[in-house]
Structures are given as structure tokens and as C-alpha cells.
Design a protein around this ligand. Structure first.
Ligand code: COA
Length: 161
């Protein structure tokens, strides 16, 4: 729906500190600005019981994308990439292009900060995410990783920015 009143903002440390109590453990772990940037999708606050995130808009976060800017390993350490540690949109607001908008902004920010690619990974069971990466033009590279001793089928996804 094109009229969804959701705005995408780049968080500063003060905003992250304010939002932190509203985030789950994984979201809180990755929301940062030190090594990259974090985008929030903010919806105007319909309910006064929700703590305001931004004093001006009194908005609450309904989406999150956190990126780390880093160099590739040797022998490609002079190449910078932007790695998406987390991207999530609240379930009731999915399929309204919120993630697509956040990724578009992340690609532009990554380029501004010297990155030549925007990368992420998704486990094989996250079919919505896989469809999204493909739709947004990311290349999909299948791989098998071990997490906590368990083999997991994943797809690395990457877009030149
Ligand atoms: C994946 C996720 C971030 C997508 O967010 P979203 O705001 O709903 O995505 P968008 O509306 O921008 O979707 C863009 C395109 O991706 C594809 N897509 C997204 N969700 C889809 C679904 N459930 N089924 C099929 N295709 C889907 C569609 O092509 C869609 O375009 P369309 O709606 O015009 O057909 C969201 O589903 C989510 O938070 N999932 C749980 C967390 C997660 O899996 N994160 C990714 C881990 S890498």
C-alpha cells in the first residue's frame, strides 16, 4: 500500500538508546552506529501507551535494518562491504515495501561510505526473505554453514552498490 504512513530514518546513538527497551535481544545486539548504521521504519504513534521514540514524530519502530561497514578478508582487504546483520519488519506491516525501502536507503548509504557491495545471508527456510532478495536484484549463493555444531543450509545474498 503506497499510503502506509511509515518513514525510514537513520538512527543516531540517542535514538537507539531510547528505542532499546522496545527491541528484542537480537535486535538490540545489532542496532548500533559505531561500526556502521541502523535504519528504523517509524510509524506515527497511534497508541499513547507506546513509549515515543522520536519526540518530534512520537513514532514507534516497525522495522529495523542494521548494517556493519567492514573490509573483506585478505587478499581483498582494500575492498569495503556493507553487511546487513539484521532486517525485520513487524508482521502486520509486511508486504508494504517497507523492507524494500530500507534496503534501497541502505544501498545508497553504503555507497556513500565507500562500500562496493551490500551483503547478507538468509537460512533456506526464510522463504519470504529469499523471495525479497531475488526480487530486489541480489545474487543468491547457496552454502552450508555450521552454527552451534549444526549444519544449516543458507544463501548468501549480495548486490553491487
Ligand atoms: C523478509 C522481510 C524483511 C520482508 O519485509 P517486507 O517489508 O514485507 O518486504 P517488502 O514488502 O519490501 O517485499 C518486497 C518483495 O519481496 C517479496 N516478498 C516479500 N515477502 C514475501 C512473501 N511472504 N512471499 C513471497 N514474496 C515475498 C515480494 O516480491 C515483495 O514484492 P511484492 O510485495 O511487490 O510482491 C519480512 O518478511 C520479515 O521481517 N521477515 C522476518 C525476518 C526475516 O526473515 N528477515 C530476513 C532475514 S535475512
Amino acid at each position: 500500500m503506497s499510503n502506509t504512513p511509515v518513514t525510514i530514518v537513520e538512527a543516531d546513538p540517542e535514538m537507539i538508546a531510547r528505542v532499546l527497551p522496545l527491541l528484542n535481544g537480537t535486535q538490540a545486539k545489532y542496532a548500533q552506529t559505531a561500526a556502521g548504521f541502523t535504519l528504523f521504519a517509524l510509524q506515527p504513534n497511534a497508541s499513547p501507551s507506546v513509549p515515543p521514540v522520536n519526540v518530534d514524530t512520537s513514532a514507534k519502530p516497525v522495522g529495523l535494518l542494521a548494517v556493519e561497514i567492514r573490509n573483506l578478508p585478505e587478499p581483498l582487504a582494500d575492498i569495503t562491504e556493507a553487511f546487513i546483520n539484521i532486517i525485520e519488519v513487524d508482521e502486520p506491516l509486511r508486504r508494504r515495501a517497507i523492507a524494500s525501502r530500507m534496503i534501497g536507503i541502505a544501498a545508497a548509504r553504503a555507497r556513500e561510505r565507500g562500500a562496493s557491495q551490500l551483503r547478507a545471508w538468509t537460512s533456506h527456510d526464510k522463504t519470504a526473505a529469499l523471495a525479497m532478495w531475488h526480487r530486489l536484484g541480489f545474487c543468491l549463493c547457496p552454502a552450508t554453514e555450521r552454527f552451534n555444531g549444526e549444519e544449516v543450509r543458507v544463501f548468501y545474498v549480495v548486490l553491487r552498490v
